[in-house]
Design a binder for this molecule. Structure first.
Ligand code: FAD
Ligand code: NAD
Length: 820
């Protein structure tokens, strides 16, 4: 049955009904027992993900049992398709549940599922089945395929920084795995094997291996006809045809996928039709290529960058990772102090640290007084010249060691992020990875740009150009990326030779104390940095007064940026001011876009991190032709999001940071009439359910609302240009999403909208250091981009040294020239 994955509960019910009807129709047709229905699990539930196991056990598991039972009652076979790798553990649990149930018994052996041989785990699943099925005395069918999502698997593993790929990275290894799995199937008395392949070698091998055994081939409708026609008149030959059934809209994406699959150079069908490839090579045994096993074709995820190591991530579909991430229950008090000269400073003013989600008192934070700030400033200024001249390589090594410390303390930092700032575990992982990337990227860039350059010029002179740290740097960061942005600013300043006074947001005091301790542990001289906890304005005013202040690195709201700008305008010196502020970010979806993809991407773009990202999408602009469909589907999809405690992996949306933020967002929502959201009842904590607000015109919005609130606006197809110009009129310029399958439209939008980061046919959050340098213009910031090639340069001054070497007795090089 054709169709994309379900996005809403309604989709899932519709697909389920279609499967029911199809099973009954097959059951009523002639030769029912020769028919089989293939079921895609992702179409039966909108959240078919490992992290939703508990919900799925209640909602999806019973549905699968009912479908198998219906198939059994109608005497037709049922086979569950295999999907992406991160669903393998989950689907295995579902299949085990079916095997264990009484719908599969000696009277019904029509239940089966597809197994992908490109999975490194495939053979182990068969080994397990070969042990388990005899114990249970149950018979099933296995459709052995190679796997249809190979390129996606490689992409996901690289993006998430996995240790290794879940699938083989060489085609011949997948082919060998296919044959090895066939041998395991040969061993089994309890599995009826179904070989779904169009590859002549795989087909021939199976033909010989299974000479006296019962099995079947499977092929896709319209493919492999020539190969299979060879067998047509042979005895006991069985080939099942997998035929797509559905409407035109759903058929197109299916056909495109098949075209891509068969158009790939490595594909058997492609090679067969290619004049360049010799027949002998195509039908060669994959075992002949074993000598190529150590050739590296696809680099491991950690090695995808040529000049630095990619940060490692965690695979949240893995049982071991899930176990590892269970936050220990034992409570630990958070005491957050400023740090000056490596020492915690306990000041008079102490405030409770309150959890954003259960309002528990987690500990205390101690805010700085004036004398501590003065002490910190003095010490930093005295040390500035030492740090400026510290060997570059040593500065870089400290950053790299710090990255290692962050990796070592991954779990501890996750815990603190979750508890103090209410970030979900998944968001906390991404955040720590980003921080690690900052360390490695900036140290790599520093090695590149701090090299002295010898300039060309007249003889008798040596002219050098170089960059040097400016000196005292004030790093002011927000709470929404308490690790990544906090660290990004600090390490950039430090590696460029600046001493740093770091002022984190009040809401993330403890996490910043923890991080500075790790930085000192990594070897940073304690006089190179001070951490100052306190009220923004109080600390800001005091530090900004200092006439030796050279750089201000600010990330936060436009209002605070303007306050800082006013404060520094009367200074006698002119410090560098880098401000990265918020955005009124839009996503444009034209009528060619695929609604399911738009919805998936908008959910993440607007509601992930409870919408508390500067890059979050605030306005979805939809072409009039698909507006209603998008609106209805979006409202349905929003209902599938779980709002709750960030301690659980199943939570999609945690709390907003504090009561003040909560009230502000609620007040904004109350200004509108067309509001769609679900009321959250009896919740302790600052929870806001994902909210959609229909607006008539962009100018209804003036400011960023920093929470899970998305505005929806309809545009007329012939008014796209006007829409783009109106986006510019908002005055912000941070991120933009475009969903369209028409190149011309994409180019047009890009040519008009003035934003710093554009994302095409994907979500628009989660910029990766060095890959998508991040930052905007207009009311969204000054640039240069964080994690981009220009950032470090802005923190330095340029020095040109001209040395008259003739003055010391002449130019030796010139004088040593000979006529030869
Ligand atoms: P070949 O050309 O021999 O193999 C191509 C395959 O090799 C690729 O698809 C990929 O899996 C693998 N490959 C390519 N390059 C590399 C590389 N560099 N490293 C490692 N491996 C590589 N697929 C599913 O995922 N789930 C299903 O439920 C499913 N059901 C199917 C049902 C039927 C009846 C059929 C015929 C196919 C089904 N498929 C399914 C699709 C199937 O996975 C592909 O058709 C199959 O991979 C193509 O294999 P082949 O032996 O025909 O071709
Ligand atoms: P905020 O402006 O309230 O505070 C940011 C920091 O400034 C905090 O450390 C605060 O203590 C400090 N501060 C406040 N007043 C100050 C003053 N007078 N002088 C010096 N420092 C002062 O912002 P927030 O609520 O912490 O963060 C959310 C905002 O940050 C949103 O607007 C978001 O869009 C923006 N942001 C932007 C980016 C980006 O890269 N463009 C990234 C993250 C967050």
């Amino acid at each position: 049955m054709l169709g994309e994955a379900a996005v809403t509960d309604d989709d899932a019910s519709r697909y389920y009904k279609q499967y029911e009807e199809a099973i009954i129709a097959c059951g009523n047709s002639a030769n029912a027992s020769e028919k089989s229905i293939s079921v895609k699990l992702s179409s039966l539930h909108p959240r078919y993900e490992r992290n939703k196991l508990e919900v799925l056990q209640k909602e999806l598991f019973p549905k699968t049992l009912e479908l198998v039972k219906l198939a059994r009652d109608n005497k037709v076979d049922i086979c569950f398709d295999a999907e992406e790798s991160d669903r393998l553990n989950l689907s295995s649990l579902i299949f085990k549940n079916i095997i264990d149930s009484n719908v599969v018994d000696s009277n019904y052996q029509g239940f089966g599922f597809a197994l992908q041989a490109y999975q490194k785990r495939a053979i182990f699943i068969l080994e397990w089945l070969n042990k388990y099925l005899p114990q249970k005395n149950k018979k099933i069918k296995i459709r052995l395929v190679k796997g249809a999502y190979w390129d996606t698997e490689i992409k996901i593993a690289q993006e998430n920084g996995y240790l290794d790929y879940p699938v083989f990275t060489k085609k011949f290894l997948t082919d060998i795995s296919y044959l090895a799995c066939a041998h395991k199937l040969l061993d089994s008395q309890f599995i009826y094997p179904q070989f779904a392949t169009h590859n002549a070698h795989s087909i021939a091998y199976i033909n010989i291996l299974f000479q006296n055994k019962k099995f079947e081939y499977q092929k896709l409708h319209g493919m492999g006809d020539e190969i299979y026609s060879y067998f047509e008149n042979k005895d006991n030959f069985l080939c099942r045809v997998y035929a797509p059934v559905g409407n035109y809209n759903d058929l197109l994406p299916y056909l495109v996928r098949r075209l891509l699959e068969n158009g790939a150079n490595s594909s058997f069908i492609y090679q067969l039709n290619s004049k360049k490839v010799q027949l002998e090579n195509i039908v060669q045994s994959p075992l002949k290529k074993l000598d190529k096993i150590n050739e590296v074709k696809i680099l491991l995820p950690k090695n995808i960058f040529s000049d630095r190591i990619n940060s490692s991530g965690l695979d949240l579909s893995e049982e071991k990772t899930i176990e590892y991430l269970k936050l220990d229950k034992e409570e630990e008090n958070f005491y957050a102090y400023s740090i000056v000269n490596g020492e915690d400073i306990e000041n008079d003013e102490s405030l409770d640290i309150i959890s954003p989600y259960n309002q528990a008192i987690l500990g205390k934070k101690y805010y700085t007084n004036e004398s501590t700030i003065e002490k910190a400033l003095l010490s930093l200024k005295n040390y500035s010249h030492v740090w400026k001249n510290y060997p570059l390589e040593d500065r870089c090594i400290i950053l790299e060691k710090f990255a290692e410390e962050l990796e070592t303390n991954f779990k501890k930092i996750i815990k603190v992020c979750v508890k103090e700032t209410g970030k979900t575990i998944k968001n906390s992982i991404a955040e720590i990875r980003e921080a690690i990337d900052f360390c490695r990227y900036y140290s790599m860039k520093a090695r590149e740009i701090f090299k002295e350059t010898l300039l060309e010029g007249p003889t008798g002179e040596k002219n050098i150009y170089k960059l040097k740290g400016k000196g005292l740097t004030f790093a002011i960061s927000p709470w929404n990326f308490p690790v990544a942005i906090f660290i990004g600013q600090i390490v950039a300043a430090l590696v460029a030779g600046n001493v740093v006074i770091a002022k984190p947001a009040e809401q993330s005091s403890y996490v910043s104390n923890l991080i500075i301790k790790l930085l000192l542990k990594a070897g940073l001289p304690k006089k190179a940095i001070s951490l100052i906890l306190g009220h923004g304005e109080f600390v800001g005013n005091k530090v900004l007064e200092d006439e030796m202040l050279k750089n201000i690195l600010f990330t936060g709201s436009i209002e605070t940026a303007k306050n800082i700008q006013k404060k520094i305008q009367d200074k006698s010196s002119i410090p560098t001011f880098i401000a990265e502020t918020g955005g009124l970010n839009c996503m444009i979806a034209d009528s060619s876009s695929l609604p399911e993809h738009v919805i998936k991407d908008i959910l993440r773009s607007s509601f992930d991190s409870a919408g508390q990202r500067c890059s979050s999408c605030r306005i979805l602009c939809v072409d009039e032709n698909i507006y209603e469909k998008i609106k209805i589907t979006l409202i349905g999809a929003m209902k599938t999001l779980t709002v709750g405690s960030p301690e659980f992996l199943s939570t999609d949306i945690g709390p907003v940071i504090d009561k003040e933020a909560y009230d502000k967002i609620k007040k904004h929502i109350s200004n509108f009439k067309k509001v769609f959201n679900i009321e959250l009842k009896d919740r302790v904590g600052n929870f806001i359910s994902p909210t959609l607000i229909e607006i008539d015109k962009l100018s209804d919005l003036k400011n960023e609302t920093f929470g899970p609130v998305l505005h929806l606006i309809k545009y007329k197809t012939n008014k796209l240009e006007e829409l783009c110009l109106n986006i510019n009129k908002l005055g912000f310029g941070l991120t933009l999403g475009i969903h369209s399958r028409i190149d011309k439209t994409i180019k047009k939008i890009i040519s008009i909208v003035e934003v710093g980061n554009i994302y095409i046919n994907r979500d628009m959050v989660g910029a990766v250091v060095g890959v998508q340098p991040f930052g905007g213009n207009g009311k969204s910031g000054t640039g240069p981009k964080a994690g981009g090639p220009e950032y470090l340069k802005r923190l330095c001054y340029e020095q040109s040294i001209s040395d008259n070497i003739a003055a010391t007795g002449g130019d030796i090089y010139l004088l040593s020239q000979t006529d030869d």
